[in-house]
Ligand binder design. Structure first.
Ligand code: RBF
Length: 350
């Protein structure tokens, strides 16, 4: 009898201890996410700012937010192009203990931040252009780049089959990428092809890879070979190296549709369609949420045209003056459908 009582008591104690432990564990896993007025943000640039639309917009958003909020300090750190060094560099910066938050934008950063975060369990990371959930130190926002590539591919398709000055009879588009990575291979290039083939299923996409994010000469060389092979409308995800493609397109007569930023004025009549990534707006909203203690760490969000984070710049003379009205009419109608969520497609897994 006594033995039974003891074992019951022991069982109860184990249960109590277990739930206390479980409770404590649960509490610890919840992010410390309280409203605050001061914030020290490391804006970590995996590359260089100049010439890279996502980074230019990230810095613009962080700077405008800091200018409007006295308690917010930002430090922009350009990590350079040696990807093998990024984790060590970030570890050193986080080790200083200076930053409440690391803010960055790149699909390859979640793993790096997760590794750095293991050594610094209080450090928080917010990443755009990335998709990662389940880590209580990291929050991510993924731009739906399948969608932006879909509508830019649709416009490129309309142009390659058109009678525009530099359009040739070949149904061939060019795509120059700095390097291959899952977002490029699974969303950006397939979305571009999907959009173009909605105009004509016979359109092909010639994809070529530079090998880095800065070699404009290599991009120019690739572009020239692609024009020889019949490409007349190009897209690029190549950071600063895209300048080489733009130069070749100007010299040889070809068109570009451009992702993420208003680039019309850098090559009027050559860059004839620009998408827009609302990264500046997103970053300002994220920082406001950080101050308000409203960030949900451990989660990932996808944002696209319907939510107001991707768009097309249709009111710029670089578009209205160079793209014939009939093409603009068709494209603008497609874009309206995209914004309203009326265009169906399957978002491939990353
Ligand atoms: N995009 C840039 O514009 N400039 C860069 O230097 C750059 N570096 C990248 C490095 C890696 C390892 C990866 C995976 C992507 C990089 N991107 C860069 C691509 C960028 O994050 C984004 O996916 C594309 O710009 C499309 O919006």
């Amino acid at each position: 009898m006594i033995a039974r009582k003891i074992s019951l008591l022991a069982g109860l104690l184990i249960l109590l201890a277990g739930s206390a432990l479980f409770g404590a564990g649960k509490k610890q896993a919840e992010p410390q996410n309280k409203p605050t007025e001061s914030l020290s943000v490391l804006v970590y640039i995996p590359g260089m700012v100049a010439g890279s639309p996502p980074y230019e917009l990230l810095v613009a958003g962080a700077e405008s937010f800091a200018a409007a909020h006295a308690g917010v300090n930002i430090k922009v750190y350009e990590a350079g192009f040696n990807q093998a060094e990024w984790e060590e560099q970030l570890t050193g910066l986080v080790a200083s203990g200076e930053y409440t938050l690391v803010l960055s934008s790149n699909p390859s950063l979640p793993e790096i931040c997760a590794n750095v975060g293991k050594k610094f369990p209080n450090q928080k990371f917010i990443l755009t252009d990335a998709d990662f959930s389940g880590n209580p130190q990291i929050s991510t926002y993924l731009f739906n780049q399948y969608e932006q590539s879909l509508y830019l591919g649709y416009l490129a398709g309309l142009i390659t089959v058109s009678g525009m000055e530099h359009a040739n009879p070949d149904k061939r588009l060019g795509f120059i990428a700095a390097q291959e990575y899952p977002l490029l291979n699974n969303h950006i290039v397939p979305g571009f092809r999907d959009g173009a083939q909605r105009i004509d299923p016979a359109i092909t996409v010639d994809l070529r890879i530079i090998g880095n994010w800065f070699d404009a000469n290599k991009a120019a060389e690739l572009a020239s070979g692609m024009i020889d092979a019949g490409a007349d409308v190009f897209a690029a995800i190549a950071g600063g190296a895209a300048q080489g493609l733009i130069k070749t397109a100007q010299e040889r007569g070809a068109y570009l549709v451009y992702h993420n930023i208003n680039a019309y004025s850098s090559a009027p009549g050559v860059i004839i369609g620009c998408g827009l990534m609302q990264q500046k707006k997103l970053v300002e909203e994220i920082l406001a949420d950080v101050l308000a203690g409203k960030i949900q760490y451990g989660t990932s969000k996808i944002v696209g045209a319907k939510e107001g984070y991707l768009d097309f710049i249709a009111d710029d003379p670089g578009y209205t003056q160079y793209v014939p009205e009939e093409i603009r009419r068709k494209f603008n109608a497609f874009m309206d459908d995209i914004r309203a969520g009326r265009v169906s497609y399957t978002l491939p897994p990353l």
